[in-house]
Design a protein. Sequence first.
Length: 169
Amino acid sequence: METTIKLYSLSFTEQKTYLWATAFVAGNILLPQLFHLLPQGGMIFLPIYFFTLLGAYKFGWKVGLLTAVLSPLVNSALFGMPAVAVLPAIMLKSVVLALVAGYAAARYHKASLLILAGVVAAYQLLGGLGEWALTGSLQAAMQDIRLGLPGMLLQVAGCWLLLNRALKQ
């Protein structure tokens, strides 16, 4: 099921880019804090990626990229989560997510469950390969896929709902 939504491709010269990126970084700070109240909530629900997906899909890869880079850094600096040791892998997955989501939005001009599922699968696969290359550990690279299926489903369904209902304009 899909409806017509308005998607943007903001540039780095527009003030809106930085305003939206700031809002999505704030979301990527608050949402992980909520999920970290649950045992292994961060590893199961992958909340630090949610607003990166939403921002990149709705407003373009540049908003997504700013959100992808700043969210893990700010969270780590303020709360120690993610730990500094895993920042490169999380930032790599976040950047891949921003680029894939921005590309998919520009290519398809709609937000369907199938397209969003493809975006999430692509960033997990490409990001997981990158994490494996960074860490040398296939087990670490597969952790999001092994534990994070509920989070991936939340990303797909939650972003579809927000894009097609709350953020249509």
